[in-house]
Design a protein around this ligand. Structure first.
Ligand code: GDP
Length: 444
């Protein structure tokens, strides 16, 4: 799977990660190569374009974490965006409904639909311990019905007896009835395939769907057909409505264009992939594992993840050093307010401090709700960087401008400045080993 794409991408990133520093031009040059590799892999143009745009904007704005190189950072961003493109979370077949749960299998002839129906039945029986009934709705090809019956025998699953002359809808009704009477958990309906998409096929599938109300409608599509598989999926999604996709022949697919475009184009998850002719050659589709396989750079990705965990700690340490020196300006205060919002507001922060219960009443009086934080941050953001570093600059006319800019009143600006002074004093006192305490900061 994905061999040729993977080879190209690792070539691009090997060069990139070995460089000590990267310019925007380097990133752009690498992304041009990534773009070419994805297009050669037959990924849909619109998907490639939005992928490279997202990677570029994240890479340019990214803060490079200490102990990783900019190139490694770019690899991590590409990895994350690949995972997003593939659908983020893995999806599985959903059987959470009143049994017998109907599953409708749709797709073009030759896509591997009947084989896949057998593979899924085997998996549900063996791993899921479900009792499965199979039914072929292919009224035009008796051979297809026979094929399903043979498959059923191979995997040890019952098939609905064939009754000549019935329509697809009649067979579907009979299957549901038989599944109910027979106490089956799942009933899989293998619809007829056609060589190409046509309206008669779509109308029949839509009618069967309306009658059986399936819990899953799975499109089986051949990965080797690349963008044709994606177009087929889009057509079925528009006309019939799908819940997921099974991509077959992934074992022979070195390019991966269908797998990479499917989710982004159709909005539907790939739930399973076929990886061979054998009846147990069926795998779950895990976007992050697939992205790792494509990039072949799992080590770098986990390295950057670990390093990222430490940046917050480093930021906190820098802040503490500043506080000890008594240099706590409004920029720092804005950062503190933002951090408080991230950890769940003032109540969240205070909830983490021991012994806070005793002064809880005082806190409520202090009217510290989270809207206040937001307002205060807005006030700080309306100041110029110079004012933030040196609040003494803020005289009457500047205060008026800041109040207008943040949609507040001059009193609010005054209150914020007072609070900042108190926080700065308290931090200085704490830095010197004195006992400022929370009460001092709150003006009590
Ligand atoms: P249908 O017409 O869509 O029902 O297609 P079939 O189920 O009859 O499959 C057509 C051929 O594709 C058969 O020879 C299968 O063994 C083969 N096939 C199905 N799935 C896969 C797969 O995931 N990998 C490979 N290599 N072959 C597959």
């Amino acid at each position: 799977m994905f061999e040729s794409l993977s080879e190209k991408l690792s070539g691009i990133f090997d060069t990139l990660t070995r460089r000590g520093a990267l310019t925007e031009d380097d990133v752009n040059a690498a992304l041009r190569e990534v773009r070419r590799a994805l297009l050669e892999a037959d990924v849909a143009l619109e998907v490639v374009r939005s992928f490279t745009d997202r990677v570029r904007s994240r890479a340019v704005g990214a803060e490079v974490v200490r102990s990783v190189t900019p190139g490694q950072m770019v690899v991590k961003i590409v990895h994350d965006e690949l995972v997003a493109m593939l659908g983020a979370d893995s999806a599985t077949i959903d059987l959470d409904a009143v049994p017998p749960v109907p599953i409708l299998m749709v797709g073009l002839q030759g896509s591997g639909k009947t084989t896949t129906t057998g593979k899924i039945a085997k998996r549900l029986t063996e791993r899921g311990k479900r009792k499965v009934l199979l039914a072929s709705l292919d009224t035009r090809r008796p051979a297809a019905m026979e094929q399903l019956a043979v498959l059923g025998k191979q995997v040890g699953v019952d098939t609905l007896p064939i009754v000549a002359g019935q329509s697809a809808v009649q067979i579907a009704r009979r299957a549901l009835e038989a599944a109910k009477l027979g106490g089956y958990d799942v009933v899989m309906l293998d619809t007829a395939g056609r060589v190409t998409l046509d309206e008669a096929l779509m109308a029949e599938v839509a009618e069967v769907k309306a009658v059986t109300q399936p819990h899953e409608v799975l499109l089986v599509a051949d990965a080797l057909t690349g963008q044709d598989a994606v177009n087929t999926a889009r057509a079925f999604e528009d006309r019939v409505g799908l819940t997921g996709i099974v991509l077959t022949r992934m074992d022979g697919d070195g390019r991966g264009g269908a797998a990479l475009s499917m989710r982004a184009v159709t909005g539907k998850p790939i739930k399973l992939v076929g990886t061979g002719e054998k009846l147990d050659a069926l795998e779950e589709f895990h976007p992050s594992r697939v992205a790792n396989r494509i990039l072949g750079m799992g080590d770098i990705v986990s390295l950057v993840e670990r390093a990222a965990e430490t940046i917050d700690a480093e930021k906190a340490e820098r802040m503490a050093q500043k506080m000890r020196k008594g240099a706590f300006d409004l920029e720092d205060m804005a950062e503190q307010l933002a951090q408080m919002e991230r950890v769940g507001g003032m109540k969240g922060v205070l909830g983490m401090l021991p012994g806070i219960g005793k002064i809880k009443g005082q806190l409520d009086n202090a009217n510290l709700d989270d809207r206040l934080f937001k307002r205060q941050r807005a006030i700080i953001m309306s100041m110029t960087p110079k004012e933030r570093r040196n609040p003494d600059l803020l005289k009457a006319s500047r205060k008026k401008r800041v109040a207008a800019g943040s949609g507040t009143k001059v009193e609010d600006v005054n209150r914020l400045l007072k609070m900042h002074r108190q926080m700065a004093d308290m931090m200085k006192a704490m830095g010197k080993g004195g006992r400022g305490g929370l009460g001092a900061a709150l003006g009590n």
